[in-house]
Design a protein around this ligand. Structure first.
Ligand code: ADP
Ligand code: MG
Length: 329
């Protein structure tokens, strides 16, 4: 496994500029990442180099655009539309205008003929939990009862009626900033009762966000499932079990992983969920409720590390195989 660090990025880039840019016939592939220590980006790089792709590491946060008579989109001197493919591992967080620019740049690369995976549209669909749930539901995929409201009193009424509800940031990730209100009490991630009155929290959240995304809490066995889909196939799935007493299962919140095997009808749900939001590769989060499997969300820039550690499946190899296949059709 190649470990990427800032130094290595430079070595790769310099190496390519000096040595490989004149090679003809190889595909030029960019990997968009922000964390130089990211396992998945390293796995993608290794898989790309193995296939003799001319590979560049790109940090979308440092792309520059000059619009004069023509448009030049570049990263450290590399003219990005010369790339055949960009695999997006990470768009990068931060203020809205910066994130929006990065999505615009990815769309513009697409317009200029670069294959962007996942497509910026799919990444945007998946990043928005409300829109994802809408698309999943429209595609006939089971999802928890979900409410998007812009009015405080309505939010309070819905939470009271549900009796056990979660409120999640629409653009949230890694299990962060989710609150749960059960029978009139707000629960901390470790299951203890919060001292903050939940109505106060709701009032504050709705005034800062302008809307709330509320979902019925699905009773479960202290675990959920992450399935990794590439090109319509589930390559591996893992249970993520929360710490004792906790109710958020994300690995980044201290959950632990173990291999899981899905039935073929559950695998079909995952493939359909990935397709519904337009992703070629996706991490699909599922929860087993009393009435069967439901999809919580689809991740359009998923990590492959958990699946590799538990199932020994390297999703990067499959993503690169897919790219090789479609570019040779
Ligand atoms: N409706 C729900 N019912 C039960 N648990 C939930 C529900 N929604 C979220 N969770 C818990 O919170 C975790 C994070 O939610 P998720 O929707 O996947 O957002 P994130 O993008 O933060 O991972 C889930 O993995 C699950 O453990
Ligand atoms: Mg999740």
């Amino acid at each position: 496994m190649i470990t990427i660090d800032a130094h290595y990025c430079n070595v790769i880039l310099t190496e390519h500029f000096n040595t490989y840019t004149s090679l003809i016939g190889l595909m030029k592939l960019g990997i968009a990442l922000t964390d130089p220590h990211d396992w998945t980006a390293a796995a993608l790089l290794e898989a790309a180099v193995k296939r003799d792709f001319e590979t560049y590491l790109i940090d979308l946060r440092h792309i520059e655009v000059v619009i004069k008579e023509d448009v030049a989109i570049s990263y450290q001197g590399l003219i990005l539309p010369t790339l055949d493919v960009v695999v997006v591992r990470d768009v990068g967080a931060g203020p809205m205008e910066g994130v929006s620019l990065r999505f615009d740049l990815l769309r513009q690369l697409e317009m200029q003929g670069t294959l962007v995976l996942n497509s910026p549209e799919a990444i945007r669909n998946a990043a928005n939990k409300y829109h994802t749930t809408y698309m999943l539901s429209k595609a006939g995929i089971p999802v928890p009862a979900t409410f998007s409201v812009q009015d405080r009193d309505k939010a309070i009424e819905i939470i009271n009626e549900l009796r056990d509800a979660v409120v999640k940031p629409v653009f949230g990730y890694k299990g962060k900033d989710i609150i749960r209100v059960r029978d009139g009490n707000m629960l901390e991630p470790d299951g203890t009762i919060s001292q903050v009155p939940w109505q106060e929290q709701i009032t504050q959240m709705i005034s800062s966000r302008g809307m709330l995304y509320i979902q019925e809490f699905i009773e479960n066995r202290g675990r959920d499932i992450r399935a990794f889909v590439v090109n319509g196939k589930v390559l591996g799935s893992i249970y993520r079990s929360a710490r004792e007493g906790h109710w958020i299962n994300n690995l980044s919140q201290g959950g632990t992983s173990s291999p899981c095997s899905l039935t073929s009808s559950q695998e079909k749900i995952c493939a359909k969920a990935a397709e519904a939001v337009g992703t070629v590769f996706a991490g699909v989060d599922l929860i087993e409720g009393p009435n069967g499997m439901m999809v919580l969300e689809v991740n359009g820039t998923p990590s492959g590390e958990g699946i590799f550690n538990s199932c020994r499946v390297n999703v990067a190899e499959h993503i690169l195989d897919y790219i090789y296949l479609i570019s040779h059709l």
